[in-house]
Design a protein around this ligand. Structure first.
Ligand SMILES: Nc1ncnc2c1ncn2[C@@H]1O[C@H](COP(=O)(O)OP(=O)(O)OP(=O)(O)O)[C@@H](O)[C@H]1O
Ligand SMILES: [Mg+2]
Length: 266
């Protein structure tokens, strides 16, 4: 369970550019919940992920994961239980290592085994069994350097690396935004499958409202560092893109302003 209370983060404090990116944000995620996150550009979505992952420390508030206060825990220690995937497919994998070496690296990291570039036969078989269900033929290209793969293939491998030992929390920051629509759809399906299989507590930022309402079991909207909408159950099941935009307009008195959302929101 993730429990966030009164989280505050101000950038460039005391300067003319002071910006209150998180303004007393509260959020509780029960185990296994998959929440999708939407909001205008600059609403504080990525900042919330940075705060949870420990990229910086917050000015006030508390973050607890599985009952443990992690508010002051350094990023590298949180990374043992919190996995994160970014929009840029180049960020999750090492380009000069092969597919199997990349998998071995994250396997070693998450099982605290010593990493060796010599991948054992047993590990190879295991990695092959993980790659085959992707349907991308990567199980036959295990000695290919990751740098030679397409963005979608890389993001698929990243997804495997982040979940082969299931994290306590998975943070997805628009992880399909840089992919073409067909590949993005594939990766989203794969995400939903892996998350459901392992019941991973997951937060997914997306600019696609349709995806936000379809995937997972709860949708929250951020606005100026606060949660302004929180949909689940029947209310969410009956919501569509037009309905959500209307609700937002009613609550905030303005239009949702996300440069990418306008293109894909319908
Ligand atoms: N390290 C930083 N230093 C200064 N300002 C920052 C920093 N990180 C974020 N901000 C500011 O905080 C606000 C929230 O940014 P954030 O990246 O969280 O937005 P977002 O909701 O993820 O937007 P987008 O949809 O564009 O990705 C923005 O105004 C941003 O400029
Ligand atoms: Mg962002």
């Amino acid at each position: 369970m993730l429990e966030i209370t009164g989280l505050q983060k101000t950038f460039l404090k005391g300067t003319p550019n002071e910006h209150h990116a998180l303004q007393g944000l509260d959020l509780t995620l029960p185990d296994g919940q998959f929440v999708t996150i939407i909001g205008s550009n600059g609403a504080g979505k990525s900042t919330l992920f940075n705060a949870i992952a420990g990229t910086f420390s917050c000015d006030a508030g508390q973050i607890a994961l599985d009952g443990r206060n992690i508010t002051r825990m350094p990023e590298y220690r949180r990374a043992r239980t919190i996995s994160r995937i970014f929009q840029n497919p180049l960020m999750g994998t090492a380009p000069n290592l092969t597919i199997e070496e990349n998998l071995a690296l994250s396997y070693a990291r998450s099982t605290k085994k010593l990493f060796s570039r010599a991948v054992t036969r047993k590990d190879t078989d295991y990695f092959r069994s993980l790659l085959a269900p992707l349907g991308m033929g990567l199980e036959d290209r295990m000695k290919t350097r990751i740098g030679l793969l397409s963005g979608g293939q890389r993001q698929a491998v990243t997804l495997l690396m982040c979940t082969m030992v299931p994290p306590r929390l998975l943070l997805l920051d628009e992880h399909t935004a840089a992919l073409d629509p067909v590949t993005a759809e594939k990766i989203l399906k794969l995400t939903a499958k892996i998350v459901a299989e392992h019941r991973i507590t997951t937060m997914m930022i997306t600019h696609n409202i349709k995806d936000a309402l379809q995937l997972g079991d709860r949708t929250i909207m951020l606005e100026q560092g606060r949660i302004v909408l929180d949909l689940s159950g029947e209310q969410r099941a009956q919501m569509d893109v037009a309905g959500l935009l209307q609700l937002y307009r009613r609550e905030s008195g303005k239009e949702l302003d996300n440069d990418r959302m306008l293109l894909t929101g319908e």
